[in-house]
Design a protein around this ligand. Structure first.
Ligand code: 7TS
Length: 408
């Protein structure tokens, strides 16, 4: 093992939880949300206990401390993804809001009827529906990079789409169903050569891989704190400063203005322009603590550990007669294993696994078009993180054999 998982697990109180007397939780649902380590929980408690106050408004000590903590967390997040400046990090509620922010501001200011937006067939609904809404409202055209049978993006088809003068290419860096890690740098480079702006949905990549926005040269990157050991209710949008500065504001209200008259307003500079109203202050402190925690382990180590686990999981799952795992081989994916099990509905699989304390998710995982592509309504999904162990993979495999017993 490349990580000291035993000592890492000790920092996650919930991993000791018994879901029923004598049945310890086996948490295999980190793609939906990760668990939270003690330092993150403590940082948020400390904020509420010692320096809870509204930010950017008061001159009193508590307000100054709260403001400093909110802005320090922004700096940590910027460094974590190697953003050139902290003001290029906009706090949002989550990945979904980050993508919607770009769709409501940049896209409404820049896209005309008939303009082409390229997405992929493996997108989460949060990178599909905002564009459907814009297509209905504005008449933009959507095209999709196809997914191959082995769960990769068809880059030849992408090159053909690029010849149709796209204005925007928005795609996931890691599929939450197939685990596929997409060749983001290449996709972005080709998009820029075609004159398009790029958005990367980093909901699954930022928590699990070293992501460097300057190396990627991406224009916008969206991600959520809750999938990277941080709290719910906060996420981030990275954007290149020149783009953010030129964009109209998203929501109107306090903090996002420089000056307000009865009949007009002047927007604030970035990032405040996009942060109307009292933000998630405690959560920003937790977000910063999550970044510190991941840095203390090292993202290369996190990725290496998950690679070891997914390799083992695929090997063990594929031994089970009737199990079909979707997506590419372990070398092309992160720690996600979505599977079907002959004749048993994914929800039944998940329910029987829950009897053994095994937490997996069943359904379309907010990627209905991708499931349709594979001709299935749903899958059962086991997903892994830095605290996952091979013993937990074994528990999953034993659990699936129990499912077999129940369903004959
Ligand atoms: N994009 C991807 C690739 C995701 O996996 C998710 C969440 C989102 C966007 C949206 O993130 P949010 O924080 O705004 O909700 N994925 C999942 C999942 O797979 N199961 O639950 C949430």
């Amino acid at each position: 093992m490349s990580l000291d998982v035993t000592s890492i697990r000790k920092q996650f109180p919930i991993l000791n939880r018994e879901v029923r007397p004598g049945v310890k939780v086996v948490y295999l649902d980190s793609t939906a949300t990760s668990q939270k380590p003690e330092p993150v929980i403590e940082a948020m408690n400390d904020y509420y206990r010692r320096f809870n106050a509204n930010i950017h408004r008061g001159v009193h000590t508590l307000a100054e401390e709260a403001t400093a903590a909110y802005e320090q967390a922004r700096e940590k997040i910027a460094k974590f993804i190697n953003a050139p400046a902290a003001r290029e990090i906009i706090y949002t509620r989550n990945t979904t809001e980050s993508i919607n922010l770009v769709a409501y501001t940049w896209a409404r200011a820049n896209l005309k009827p008939g303009d082409l937006v390229i997405l992929t067939e493996m997108e989460h609904h949060s990178n599909l529906v905002p564009w459907h809404i814009l297509a209905a409202e504005r008449g933009i055209r959507l095209e999709f990079i196809p997914v191959t049978d082995d769960g990769l993006l068809d880059l030849d088809a992408y090159r053909l789409l690029l010849s149709q003068d796209p204005k925007l290419v928005s795609f996931t860096h890691m599929s939450n169903v197939l685990g596929t890690i997409t060749p983001a740098q290449e996709i972005i480079k080709l998009a820029h050569e075609a004159g398009a702006i790029t958005i990367v949905d980093g909901a699954q990549s930022v928590p699990h891989l070293k992501v460097d926005v300057q190396k990627l040269d991406v224009d916008f990157l969206a991600f959520s704190a809750h999938k990277m050991c941080g709290p719910t209710g906060i996420g981030a949008l990275y954007g290149k400063a020149n783009l953010l500065e030129a964009m109209p504001p998203f929501m109107g209200g306090g903090d996002m203005i420089k000056e307000v008259k009865l009949r007009s307003f002047r927007p604030n500079s970035i990032p405040a322009k996009f942060e109307a109203g009292t933000p998630a202050i405690a959560e920003s402190v937790g977000f910063g603590a999550a970044v510190d925690f991941l840095n203390s382990i090292g993202m290369e180590n996190v990725a290496a550990h998950e690679h070891e686990i997914i390799e083992y999981a695929l090997e063990r799952l594929e031994e089970i007669p009737g199990v079909k795992v979707f997506g590419p081989s372990a070398d092309k994916k992160g720690g996600v294993a979505s599977f079907t099990f002959d004749g048993v509905h994914p929800h039944d699989v998940a329910q029987i696994l829950d009897r053994d304390g095994i937490a997996v998710r069943a359904g379309h995982h907010c990627a209905q078009p991708l499931h349709e592509k594979f001709g299935i309504p749903a899958t059962t999904r086991a997903s892994f993180y830095l605290y996952s162990t091979k013993d937990e993979v074994d528990a999953l495999v034993n659990g699936i054999y129990n499912v077999k017993k129940v369903f004959g």
